[in-house]
Write a protein that binds this ligand. Structure first.
Ligand code: TNX
Length: 538
């Protein structure tokens, strides 16, 4: 009797377990409509995508687990959780040991697989039950979660149980960047931009896997970074900007905050102090620097090429030593940019002498020198880098010296060039650069520069004609999104007609981020409040 009660109880328990398990199974396996991972609006386009036409259901029973004994992985997991929260208002626990029932898991794994052949490479395996992201380094995992963010749909499917669930298309992605250096530059000298503005730009760039932000920190119109041993640089030299508004500057704590924010986004900050030309603001602050015995006036115009340091004075180099030392000490990245462009009033020999001396200072503080393409006329080291902006001849000189070249040809990559004659902001001295012309060219084959000499692509945003974040966004977006693909994706994976569709579908993200992008009529934008505004205006 007793035995049979036990048997019956056990049977009932077993049946209950089966029923519960079946219900669990029902929750887990939802029949989503077929998906196609290959048709997702990913930018930059990954190296390889193999769709399996099902979906992973992201919902409140999803958790993120990461490798915990390798540096940075749990932070990358938390970064993803924060972005999911912001996008969907959904809480996804990270490495939690809590009691919450978990049905599906996103794993972010450190892997030593030989297929992961660079620090930024990653693999993404998405099935109905799990998402597995593999990478060698946290940097690779960070690039991989940008891909994941882009395929998490904005819209949920509401199940019978009135539960919101977001279907992520299943399949496999293997990815690796074509160029390790994918950058943009922001000129905070002609007009100053705040720490918050710079952080927003970092948010947007890193979503598209751009990994370098070059800050143009000094020019004729303003000196924007505190140098503790030379305080007048910012007190005087930072006090104005183009158009005569009060300028501004980053104190060293501000700069460190930007650097830390960039580091969290696996982005390198490159500081630029432009010399020996473009130095009016420095010479107004310390008139001995220009060597002509006159104290110049603060400059609020937009002419270039009228200022120079006195390149034959030792005290000028002591000054530069202090500047490079202080900035290098708070810059973890490997580069220091010395400018070197448009020194029209510096004699050629003086210019060469200057660049060679400053290169030594930069190296003394453990950095690799970058300069605009003119620097290759000096006897610089093969470890220094030339940034091609206008002269093919200078690029060839750099190649002869064995230097790497950053591609920033003005007529293709200058974000301050107008889109067309109707553009509200921007210049057009190099070209009008509509959205298609920005995308349709081949950095791998540009003006005979061999691929092995190309470090990467950078799109500079000069700020003579823009003074706030809305105007910055108007010039940078959508073109900078195209440069992300030009530098990440291989040539075979780039195609304007296909890119155009994926770009049109960035509008919901850009809207959510409140980006006032230029709604180019060449793109059939997916609904966007800004396109509506543009259309209304027309
Ligand atoms: C050229 S590019 C410059 C900048 C200007 C820019 C405007 C370069 C190295 N020098 O000083 O801001 O054109 O488009």
């Amino acid at each position: 009797m007793f035995k049979s009660i036990i048997t019956r109880a056990l049977t009932i328990l077993f049946l209950c377990a089966v029923v519960i398990a079946c219900q669990e199974e029902k929750k887990k396996r939802i029949n989503f409509p077929p998906t196609d991972l290959a048709k997702e609006n990913l930018i930059p386009k990954p190296l390889k995508i193999i769709p399996t036409n099902m979906a992973f259901g992201l919902d409140r029973y999803t958790a993120i687990y990461t490798t915990q004994d390798a540096k940075g992985f749990s932070e990358v997991g938390q970064f993803l959780a924060d972005k999911i929260k912001a996008k969907l208002d959904l809480d996804v626990p990270v490495n939690s040991e809590g009691e919450e029932p978990i049905e599906r898991i996103i794993y972010i794994n450190q892997s030593d697989s030989l297929e992961l052949n660079s620090t930024e490479a990653y693999q993404l395996y998405i099935t109905q039950d799990s998402v597995i992201l593999n990478s060698n380094t946290a940097e690779g995992a960070f690039r991989g979660i940008q891909t994941l963010r882009q395929i998490i749909p904005e819209e949920s499917i509401d199940t019978l149980a009135e539960q919101r669930i977001w279907p992520i298309p299943s399949g496999m992605i293997t990815d690796n960047p074509n160029f390790g250096f994918r950058g943009s530059m922001l000129d905070v000298a002609r007009h100053f931009f705040s720490v918050e503005d710079v952080k927003k730009y970092i948010d947007l760039l890193s979503y598209y896997k751009i990994n370098v932000l070059h800050l143009h920190l000094s020019d004729d119109q303003g000196w924007r970074i505190e140098i503790k041993s030379w305080p007048k640089l910012t007190e005087i030299g930072g006090s104005t900007e183009v158009g005569g508004e009060a300028g501004g500057f980053f104190n060293q704590e501000d700069y460190k905050e930007i650097v830390a924010y960039a580091t969290k986004h696996y982005m390198t900050i490159i500081p630029e102090i432009d010399m020996p030309g473009h130095t009016n603001a420095a010479s107004v602050s310390y008139p001995f620097l220009n060597g002509n015995g006159k104290t110049p006036k603060l400059y609020e115009g937009t002419r270039v090429g009228f200022s120079t340091f006195d390149t034959r004075k030792d005290t000028v180099y002591s000054f530069i030593d202090d500047v490079v030392r202080e900035i290098s000490a708070i810059t973890p990245g490997p580069y220091f940019h010395i400018g070197g462009d448009e020194s029209h009033v510096t004699k050629k020999n003086d210019y060469i002498y200057f660049v060679e001396k400053v290169e030594k200072i930069v190296q003394k503080y453990g950095k690799r020198m970058i300069g605009w393409d003119e620097i290759a006329s000096a006897e610089v080291d093969s470890t220094s880098i030339s940034q091609y902006w206008s002269s093919g001849k200078n690029a060839q000189k750099a190649i002869k010296r064995g230097m790497k070249v950053i591609l920033s040809p003005a007529k293709k990559t200058y974000l301050d060039m107008q889109y067309d004659t109707l553009s509200k902001h921007g210049l057009h001295w190099a070209a009008y650069i509509p959205v298609d012309s920005a995308y349709v060219w081949t950095p791998e084959e540009y003006e005979g520069i061999p691929m092995e000499n190309i470090l990467g692509v950078e799109a500079p945003l000069w700020s003579e004609t823009i003074s706030n974040i809305d105007e910055l966004e108007y010039l940078a977006f959508p073109r900078v999104i195209g440069y992300s693909e030009l530098s990440w994706s291989i040539k075979e994976n780039r195609d304007w007609e296909n890119f155009k569709i994926r770009l049109a579908n960035q509008a919901p993200y850009l809207d959510r981020m409140d980006v006032k992008f230029y709604a180019s009529p060449k793109i059939d934008w997916k609904k966007s409040k800004y396109t509506y505004e543009e259309i209304k205006k027309d």
